[in-house]
Design a protein around this ligand. Structure first.
Ligand SMILES: [Zn+2]
Length: 130
């Protein structure tokens, strides 16, 4: 279910109506109860209402690096992992083509960059001649 924040907050016994913070509290599964301090962002003082976010390229990069914890899930790391898996799957397929192994082959989707070998010549070309 999609969360749709309530726009207004009525406080002081119905005497004050103000813009409500649109932040969603995961811990309590509800919208923040504080009034927003900024019309543009609709966020309270606790949820970064005064902040408009990083403006410069350096600022954006600094925030990104601060949020980076291990680098295991960056696009570069995912691409490298995918290529390595594809290479391993191609090696397995080559072993089957050369009758080096018997039994069932691994099933399922092949990784990006996987190319099926049709002949021994292609295997030699891909993995080197030595
Ligand atoms: Zn808030």
């Amino acid at each position: 279910m999609e969360f749709i924040p309530e726009k207004y907050l009525v406080t002081a016994g119905g005497r004050i109506t103000c813009i409500r913070c649109k932040a969603f509290l995961k811990k309590h599964q509800r919208q923040c109860l504080s009034p927003a301090i900024n019309k543009k962002t609709s966020l309270c003082k606790w949820h970064g209402g005064a902040s408009t976010g990083p403006r410069t390229k350096e600022g954006i990069e600094r925030i990104r690096s601060a949020h980076l914890k291990s680098g295991n899930e960056t696009l570069v790391a995912k691409g490298l992992r995918s290529r390595q898996i594809a290479r391993l799957q191609m090696l397995e397929q080559a072993a089957y083509l050369l009758n080096m192994v018997s039994g069932p082959a691994s099933r399922g989707r092949k990784a990006n960059g996987y190319k099926k070998f049709e002949s021994v010549k292609e295997i030699k070309k891909f993995f080197g001649d030595n």
